[in-house]
Write a protein that binds this ligand. Structure first.
Ligand code: SF4
Length: 264
């Protein structure tokens, strides 16, 4: 029997909102305060040279999961979250799936769950419909982990494929509204590990409000194998992780010790 167009349209309308999930970590301890259920969403437009998850880049693929499927699974771990823990949505770039995170966080807040967004800000824009949804998202987000890949815009573009104006605009918005942030910076020899850039970044972070924590993440080579598997040439071939001395130097220049708010 032929299916009417009206029936097909109804089926389309009623399809539940799904997120495209790359993977889930049930006991995350580094992606936000406390112990967290971390959902890594699929999809990212940036191409950071140091990315250790190139398998998260493709958009619109991955395991399809609804908000309820994720929350029903996450809630099984609630006993481990304590006062600080909860759910983190990371990526890829989480904001690529803004509608889904918004629905997820809205529902999570009705269940009293702490919510954390891990983002590099690349999809941010003041244009609609994105911006109104982003504003709504901020109201149901307890803390955001925001990566600043490079404080110099031209270097940021070389490192990631995009300039840094977008992420800085997003951070400015969050700062002006007092939305809590952790700032994270990957220390990469020959790319970001220069005192002048680190000093500039440190000064910039000091101009912001509601910064609970600043973290230096040393570049590592754990993603190299994935590039080989995907048949992509590795952009940082031959660059070794920074020495402990350089990590301490970066922490000093970013003044990480003075940010001890709503942290881990
Ligand atoms: S933003 Fe994250 S997922 Fe995207 S390329 Fe950079 S490191 Fe990889």
């Amino acid at each position: 029997m032929a299916t009417s167009i009206a029936t097909l349209q109804k089926a389309k309308v009623e399809k539940p909102l799904v997120g495209y999930v790359h993977s889930i970590e049930t006991f995350g301890s580094v992606d936000g305060p406390g112990i967290r259920y971390v959902v890594f969403l699929q999809g990212c437009r940036m191409r950071c040279e140091f990315c250790h998850n190139p398998d998260t880049w493709n958009i619109g693929v991955g395991d399809e999961m609804t908000v309820d499927e994720i929350l029903n699974d996450a809630i099984r771990y609630k006993a481990f979250w304590g006062k600080k823990g909860g759910i983190t949505v990371s990526g890829g770039e989480a904001l690529v799936q803004l509608d889904f995170i918004l629905a997820l966080f809205k529902k999570a807040k009705t269940m009293g769950i702490n919510t954390c967004l891990d983002t590099c800000g690349q999809p941010f824009t003041y244009k609609e419909p994105f911006f109104s949804k982003f504003e709504e998202l901020m109201k149901v987000t307890d803390v955001s982990l925001v990566d600043i890949k490079h404080i110099d815009s031209a270097q940021h573009k070389k490192l990631t494929g995009f300039n840094n104006e977008t992420v800085l605009a997003m951070i400015q918005y969050m700062s002006e509204h007092g939305y809590h942030m952790w700032i994270r910076h990957v220390l990469v020899p020959e790319r970001t590990d220069y005192d002048n850039y680190l000093r500039d970044l440190g000064k910039y972070i000091h101009t912001l409000n509601a910064i609970d924590k600043v973290e230096v993440l040393p570049y590592h080579t754990m993603g190299v194998k994935k590039y080989a598997e995907l048949g992509i040439s590795y952009p940082l071939e031959g660059i070794e992780p920074p020495s402990q001395e350089r990590v301490v130097n970066a922490e000093k220049l970013l003044d990480t010790a003075s940010y001890r708010g709503y942290a881990s």
